[in-house]
Design a protein around this ligand. Sequence first.
Ligand code: R2B
Ligand code: URA
Length: 306
Amino acid sequence: DHSEYSELEVLFKNPQIHVKNPHLDTMEEDVLYHFNLGTKTHNLPEMFGDIKFVCVGGSANRMKSFAQFIQQELALPGNMDNITDICEGTDRYSMYKVYFLSVYPGMGVPSISIMLHELIKLLHHARCIDFALFRIGTSGGVGLEPGTVVVTDKEVDCFFRAQFEQVVLGKVITRSTELDVGVSKELLQCSSELDDVPTVIGNTMCTSDFYEGQGRLDGALCSFSTEDKLEYLRKAYNTGVRNIEMESTVFRAMCRVCAITAVVCVTLLNRFDGDQISTPHDVLVEYQQRPQVLVAHFIKKRLGLI
Ligand code: R2B
Ligand code: URA
């Protein structure tokens, strides 16, 4: 059965991951090649069974500092100065674990999609239950003040449809990005309890290119006029799009296995005002911390720490 959602299923009452791929059951070993982990070489339940929150996104360094930040915020034991990359045997992805898991998925849909296959199987093999999965990152704003955080309502493709298309065996398979329990309102509430994390709920458009694919005029190629670009951005805005990035649709479409998922991205610029990201480095660094601060606050509240 290859109907739309046959492979992955959420059991909300007991949200344990059910990876519905019958072929997996017949495999003696599962090698998670890009993580340099495997079911025979590693005790995955022991290594990862206690995971309650998973956060993907940013850059390798940002995910490391996020793990350190969470450890500090949750007052977890251990010395975080020498936290090691669980994936250091491969230079594809980076992964840091401190009760919660912080993963750098690379840039763009193909990269995060490979990572998510292995991450979901990892959580499945580790028999994790009841956990939340976040994508945090950067984006281009559509009609927003730079530095605004967008908590995604709907992840849409470049035609403004709430779906993710993938070619499988030469056929286009469509998966919805709409069907799960969102926590956007809870995150918005969290932002109101924080200083300097201006936040809105809006739709997030996911593209497969940073330049022409996002209507930029400053790439190596450009096939359209300034007016074409602005018309497209206005159209996007009118359908509810407030930011543009490169991973959200596949993230939501694949992560329906998790009880809670959220996409939280800060906007680095307002695309109606320009394309180049020329904001000073220290300002960008502060912007990029905002999704981390918001998600950390959410986690602390969920854990009853505040
Ligand atoms: C946001 O920022 C990156 C491009 O600069 C990309 O990974 C994304 O989604
Ligand atoms: N990331 C994107 O994908 N687009 C932007 O404009 C900024 C960051």
